[in-house]
Design a protein around this ligand. Structure first.
Ligand code: HXC
Ligand code: NAP
Length: 281
């Protein structure tokens, strides 16, 4: 996280509290670390206590005050309790990052109704739960909402109907909250990351072998995967005074991957599935 300190003062978020749902790992932990590097107190929640404790060590290593809480974003009361704990330990939330999500590859004709519902419950309903539970604190701080979306929200991807529906819903929610809560001084934006290296999402959705990785990278205008730090930097920008007049916007941070569509991704996923079960699809 040293990069961000080259460009922004390390006390930019001093005295401010940032809460990240799903902040114990991956992109969301990267976002939490970027805020920690510029002085924020950081709260993270998720379902796994050990994961949160290990993230706490990393965040404290950056000098942050840290609050953790085990909470499933599908359970409103658990989230509300986590946000109260955060307030008691760090002060009212200035920036809420809704990052908790679940995903897997499943062609729609094989996806169960509960599989679809589960992803929508975690990603979309969980994001509303978090935003609603944080509202009073955000009103007090005239703070920010940042939702973690994905390219699936606006480009159809093979075997991603559940994720696409959930993330499109998130971006719509983001704009409605920008419209409604602007009058309280609350800004609302989303970030749509492209393929981010070393993450659980890429492990689940990304290519399996070197040749396929090369093919996917070749289809990205900037020719590479992104990093968690690049998503963190975007989140800090959006929550900072540099973006004081930015609300209701989806910021796509994908090296241009979505520009040519999802054809290469679709070909790679279909080939991998055909190799698993010859004759299909
Ligand atoms: C088809 C599946 C499935 C799979 C689960 N289900 N995994 N269906 N293919 N691989 C179905 C189950 O069969 C079940 O339906 C329903 O989903 C719920 O499953 P549970 O295991 O009970 O759910 P739960 O314990 O709540 O776990 C949620 C989860 C899990 C999403 C299924 O994978 C999880 O906790 N994921 C969190 C981490 C994660 O996914 N990280 C990556 C985020 S990446 P039935 O009908 O059998 O009851 C991302 C975008 C990446 O979001 C973008 C691009 C690179
Ligand atoms: P990840 O490490 O698996 O992050 C997901 C986090 O959410 C985990 O820490 C998980 O922790 C938590 N979580 C899952 N279900 C939860 C629930 N019901 N309640 C509370 N927390 C829950 O995956 P990632 O790849 O870094 O993805 C992070 C975010 O970026 C997601 O929103 C994803 O959609 C988005 N994204 C990722 C990519 C990519 O390239 N990886 C691309 C585009 C968008 P627990 O399991 O311990 O709860």
């Amino acid at each position: 996280m040293s990069e961000i300190r080259e460009f922004l003062p390390d006390d930019l978020f001093a005295g401010k509290t940032v809460l990240v749902t799903g902040g114990g790992s991956g992109i969301n932990l990267g976002v939490a670390k970027s805020f920690a590097a510029v002085g924020a107190g950081v709260a993270i929640c998720g379902r796994t206590a050990e994961r949160l404790e290990s993230a706490r060590v990393e965040l404290e290593g950056l000098g942050a005050r840290v609050s953790t809480a085990v909470a499933d974003v599908r359970e409103y009361d658990a989230l509300a309790a986590a946000f109260d704990k955060c307030r008691d330990e760090l002060g009212p939330i200035h920036t809420l990052v809704c990052g908790a999500a679940g995903n897997f590859l499943a062609p729609a004709e094989k996806l169960s109704a509960n599989g679809f519902k589960t992803v929508v419950d975690i990603d979309l309903n969980g994001s509303f739960n978090a935003a609603r539970a944080a509202f009073e604190q955000l009103r007090e701080t005239r703070g920010n909402l940042i939702f973690i979306s994905a390219g699936q929200a606006f480009v159809p991807h093979f075997a991603q109907a559940h994720c696409g529906a959930a993330k499109a819903g998130i971006d719509n929610l983001m704009q409605n909250l920008a419209l409604e809560w602007g009058r309280f001084g609350i800004r609302s934006n989303s970030i749509a990351p492209g393929p981010i290296e070393g993450t659980e999402g890429m492990k689940r959705l990304g290519p399996r072998d070197g040749g396929a990785h090369a093919a996917l990278k070749q289809a990205i205008p900037l020719g590479r995967y992104g990093t968690v730090a690049e998503i963190g930097q975007t989140a800090v920008f959006l929550a900072s005074p540099l973006a004081a007049y930015v609300t209701g916007t989806r910021v796509v941070v994908d090296g241009g991957m979505s520009l040519p569509g999802s054809g290469v991704f679709t070909q790679l996923v279909m080939s991998a599935m055909a190799a698993d079960s010859p004759g299909h699809p």
